[in-house]
Design a protein around this ligand. Sequence first.
Ligand code: MG
Length: 159
Amino acid sequence: MVGFGYDIHRLAEGESLILGGVEIVSSFGTVAHSDGDVLLHALCDALLGAAGLGDIGEHFPDTDAAYKGISSIELLRRVIALVKKEGYQLINIDCTLVLEKPKILPYKPQMRERIAEACSLPLQRVSLKATTSEKLGFVGQGEGIEAYAVCQIEPILSQ
Ligand code: MG
């Protein structure tokens, strides 16, 4: 089975920018109820989607004070547990971040490692790509950041 996820967050000066569980040095960041990790939110939705388990908002509503400022790595761990409980194992992940700045390249290895660790996957099965939107639209103007993710899961075969 495959799953697809998408997320978007608004950017503002003075907010923190956490992507793939890694804090990025930046004067601006995502406006959010949680830590605003747009990449991990897209990934959580891809995982939930593959297992037919709805979306991240249903499981962790942003109206619930329990999730205020929660680490998205923790959300990802919980989603992985839900997918596993449903009888699936994760095969691979492929994600794309779309943002104008800052440059993500220096952070990519650490982001991949954090995701791989949270998902109990070898590094080669966690793909992370980043692109700008060529200064076009709201992402290009630096008003927001988007992420797309796909994943593959398969049923865990009982012994
Ligand atoms: Mg989000």
